[in-house]
Design a protein around this ligand. Structure first.
Ligand SMILES: *Cc1c(COP(=O)(O)O)cnc(C)c1O
Length: 358
């Protein structure tokens, strides 16, 4: 079988163990004689998967008892609306750190008063704004902890005087998180915890029920809390693969240990970008993402971009093209991306350097 060094931004590389367990369960789910996609979601066998998945989330991220963990459909993009629908009464504030943050803000504006408290649009979102003050009259303050497209990341769990809401689509489970600093955390699974089709939501019980608008049943977090994420048919296969991915993470040693490896992987690649005269990083150094490493050809070597892309492809690199809005290159180093793949990309950059250095 062909081995690819998969640096796709999402959907992305998943642990082989998770894929293999999913293949087995597609054929025969826990000795039921049926596929995991054929059993009733009301069966006790399926109920056990939901319980296991929730328990893994709680254990791996040390989620306190006054928080609920939900698994929903609709993608992280629908959560942009959910958040405002459930939490926006008077005013909401957003940290505008990229396209995803802007899209989240747009949905809130459609429902009420929502503003950007700070923005890094002036420099193509290549840094995380600092030195702003979070107003105390907000219903909530929304941040995007990792900016998948620009390769910037908020590395610390910030203190906020109002409910803190975070889109953690692309860095969830990559580092330890102090859940108690947040009112709500959400994200699409397809960046670091599973396949597309399921969204995770971690929500603190007491932030809900405070808005006066009518909330459509399916868009009300309380519906899904009461229904145990099974008010309607859940995305069973996506949840199954997510569960297997989290089991793999637990067996690896958990989020704390994964964080160490993620720091090592990112340092390897950033060191090469900083050392190699042909390449240059695009994100502000102190805000560099551990998950999405963005770089371009250095000044004087811009004409080699397509050639490097072809060269890297020839060596088995997949998915290193930068997002269409920024160009250049992006290597996504999610949890399941092996150290060997990072090394293979570095080797590739060094070989290319030998071919072309002036
Ligand atoms: C990918 C991504 C999204 C969108 O996720 P969908 O599930 O495709 O809607 C939102 N936020 C961030 C930070 C992302 O990386």
């Amino acid at each position: 079988m062909k081995i690819a060094h998969n640096f796709n931004a999402g959907p992305c590389v998943l642990p082989k163990e998770a894929i293999n367990n999913a293949i087995e369960a597609l054929k025969d789910f826990n000795g039921t004689g049926m596929s995991v996609i054929e059993v009733s979601h009301r069966s006790k066998e399926w109920g056990a998967v939901m319980d296991e998945c929730r328990a893994l989330w709680k254990e791996l991220l040390h989620i306190p008892d006054n928080y609920h963990v939900l698994f929903l459909g609709g993608g992280a993009s629908l959560q942009f609306l959910y958040v405002a629908m459930n939490l926006l009464e008077n005013k909401a504030g957003y940290l505008e750190t990229g396209v995803w943050a802007k899209k989240a803000l747009k949905e809130a504006k459609g429902l009420g008063n929502a503003v950007a408290i700070a923005s890094s649009a002036d420099k193509t979102y290549s840094y995380i704004p600092k030195g702003y003050t979070i107003p105390t009259d907000l219903d909530y303050f929304h941040i995007t902890t990792n900016n998948t497209i620009y390769g910037t990341e908020i590395h610390e769990d910030m203190d906020s005087p109002v409910t803190l809401v975070a889109d953690m689509s692309s860095d969830i489970m990559s580092r330890p998180v102090d859940i108690t600093k947040y009112g709500l955390i959400y994200g699409g699974a397809q960046k670091n915890v599973g396949p597309a089709g399921v969204v995770f939501v971690i929500v603190k019980e007491d932030i809900l029920g405070k808005v006066s608008r009518y909330i459509p049943t399916m868009l009300d977090y309380r519906t899904h809390i009461e229904g145990g994420s099974m008010f309607n048919t859940p995305p069973v296969f996506s949840i199954y693969v997510m569960t297997q991915t989290l089991k793999w993470l637990k067996e690896f040693g958990g989020v704390e240990k994964m964080y160490k490896r993620n720091q090592e992987k990112a340092a390897m690649l950033y060191n090469e970008i900083d050392r190699n005269p042909l390449f240059v990083g695009t994100a502000a150094k102190e805000d560099r993402s551990l998950m999405n490493v963005c770089f371009v050809m250095a000044p004087g070597y811009e004409n080699l971009q397509d050639e490097f892309m072809d060269f890297a492809k020839g060596k088995g690199m997949v998915g290193i093209k930068g997002h269409r809005s920024v160009g250049g290159f992006r290597a996504s180093l999610y949890n399941a991306c092996p150290v060997e793949s990072v090394q293979a990309l570095i080797d590739c950059m060094q070989e290319f350097e030998k071919k072309h250095s002036k």
